[in-house]
Write a protein that binds this ligand. Structure first.
Ligand code: SAM
Ligand code: SF4
Length: 348
């Protein structure tokens, strides 16, 4: 039964696909609370009540891909496009360092402007000025050589959500994009030595609990250093605009299961979670989440980096956001930790 599966997850950090599916299909309110409690206990054992902050810099809204769910997809003619240049990126990084962020995340669409040479120049400049801060990239699929060059230039981590571990569902939301390519990229990132981040969306149209059980098993087997899990949220100018967003409850259940499957994984309480519910972030932290990614992008571009509608905190001022975030984290019983926050299996 569900309680036995939760206890197994807690004591063995494992469960079969069938057990995960049974849990997702049958869990009731009381059992959900038990699952969250166990995930919280596990997090307290590995990371105590610490929450790591990552300053997110949204590098570019140009994208050559056409993911059905995303507002930056190339077919979205209403999307406003921008690119940050090296000086603008450095300005964001300096602002972030002043606010105490020890990790910067450069995220963007797949934009050919950011060649390996351009990226190496940006990475080198950031690392020269801030050698003790960690640098995470999230720029989608690139070649082995490209990932390697950026790693050698000083990038430490790479976030590439696998999005869905069910081939059929993956390919239905990424037309013309083979599922194997994404998985190969993840494998390459790990091999090169990045702290690699996988992850998936909850509530993708037509996603079943079996698909989610596949995602959970994939995460267990791939053992990423980080795992980004957030609800799908519709964007008005995409083909998936009429579908409902993924549920807070199911996202929280997935977060808690991932915390139990991989006690040391770095697990963000995502902005998407806050965007569907004002208590989303706290719910994520209480279910084992231990990372928050505040936005450091210049105010002038924030509305243009539009993946989905109704994004939370979109125009909050950085310093004020920093102060309020820390206050809210404390209220929820957690504490902001001012370190790089590496996965202990990498640089403990
Ligand atoms: N282009 C890179 C990539 O796709 O890996 C990085 C940037 S992409 C915007 C970052 C993440 O945003 C994706 O991995 C996806 O899971 C998420 N995302 C995009 N559209 C979304 C939506 N409508 N709802 C929720 N998450 C979304
Ligand atoms: Fe581009 Fe990433 Fe959006 Fe896909 S999810 S359209 S790759 S920015």
């Amino acid at each position: 039964n569900v309680i036995d599966i939760i206890n197994k997850l807690y004591s063995e950090n494992d469960a079969s696909k069938e057990e995960l599916l049974y849990l997702l299909d049958n869990i009731n309110e009381e059992e959900k609370n038990l699952l969250i409690e166990k995930a919280h206990e596990t997090r307290m054992r590995t990371y105590s009540n610490k929450v790591y902050l990552r300053g997110l810099i949204e590098l570019t809204s140009f994208c050559k891909k056409d993911c059905l769910y995303c507002g930056l997809r190339r077919s979205n003619k209403s999307a406003e496009r921008y690119r940050l240049n090296i000086d603008e990126v450095l300005e964001c990084v300096r602002k972030g360092d002043k606010l105490g962020y020890k990790t910067f995340v450069l995220q963007g669409g797949e934009d050919a402007y950011y060649t390996d040479d351009v990226m190496v120049e940006i990475i080198t400049a950031i690392k020269n000025e801030f050698p003790n801060n960690a640098l995470t990239l999230s720029l989608g699929e690139r070649s082995y050589e490209s990932y390697e060059k950026m790693f050698k230039a000083g990038a430490d981590r790479y976030l590439l959500r696998h999005e869905s571990a069910s081939k059929k569902l993956y390919e239905s939301i990424h037309p013309g994009e083979p599922y194997e390519v994404r998985f190969n990229c993840l494998k390459n990132l790990k091999e090169i030595g990045y702290q690699a981040g996988a992850g998936f969306m909850v509530g993708i149209p037509n996603q079943t609990n079996e698909d989610l059980a596949n995602d959970l098993r994939f995460v267990k087997e791939f053992e990423p250093a980080m795992c980004g899990i957030g609800p799908f949220i519709p964007h008005k100018d995409t083909p998936l605009k009429d579908y409902p967003h993924g549920s807070l409850e199911k996202t929280v259940i997935c977060l808690a299961i991932v915390r139990l499957l991989l006690p040391k994984v770095l697990l963000p309480a995502t902005t998407a979670l806050s965007s569907i519910d004002k208590n989303g972030r706290n719910a994520g932290l209480k279910a084992g989440g231990n990372v928050i990614m505040p936005n450091l992008s210049p105010m002038s571009v924030r509305k243009k980096y539009s993946l989905y509608n109704n994004k939370a905190y979109i125009l909050d001022e950085d310093a004020e956001y920093r102060r309020l975030t820390e206050e809210k984290i404390k209220e929820a019983g957690f504490e902001v930790e001012i370190t790089r926050g590496d996965n202990p299996d990498f640089r403990g």
